[in-house]
Design a protein. Sequence first.
Length: 269
Amino acid sequence: MPEGDTVWNTARVLHRALAGALITGSDFRVPQLATTDLTGWTVRESASRGKHLLLRLDTPTEAHWTLHSHLRMDGAWRAYAPGERWSGRPAHLIRVVLRSAGAVAVGYHLHDLTLVPSAEEDQLVGHLGPDLLGPDWDPAEAVRRLADHPEQTIGEALLDQRNLAGVGNLYKCEVLFLRGVSPWTPVAGVPDLPGLVALAQRLLAANRGRWTQSSTGSLHRGQTSYVYGRRAQPCRRCGTAIRKEELGERVTYWCPVCQPERPVPPLAG
């Protein structure tokens, strides 16, 4: 699943390609928007909110609308020059095409594709926690939301976008390894929740603006992660074989030596 920095990068690609441009043609290939025609509309901006993409548009009468999409596991947007061959994905995966004089934006295998008045965006993304890469980033609020679920495993809590928006499976695994916390530790048992949240934000911010994600500092193939995707390979710290198991509905990677489980402290009172 794309992480928050990937969605942020995708929003920037669309913004550079379309912001300020007049749409000269649109083609929606999803039933709910099949008859929608955005010809004559203007693209105001492209933005991300956690893992959600928001393409904000103005009609010829200056009404404000937002085309919302979610990439989930396999969605993608690509921007092409007019006349350039579309090489991003197979044609049957195309869900929307937006044309302007200077670019063609193609959305592949998009999910939750919705067109709503911009004033109603909160109905789609208002439930999200603070965005790690957004102007509303509030670490104290993210910590508060996580702490509100003391019995939930920290691995699951970090993936819950209602707590903080933008962490996916890769950053969940890497942040917990770097902080020495088992993914199965209940939130109440995490010794430094603010430090963990701060590290998550730093990692996403460090990878913003590039497509190769690295938590190790190296961009070389096979050297970008500590535990993620490294099942049975030696831990970069202690040499123990990295393990992989399911946690909730997602797989998780961790080092059983560097990330020991900790007991939950007794509740006050």
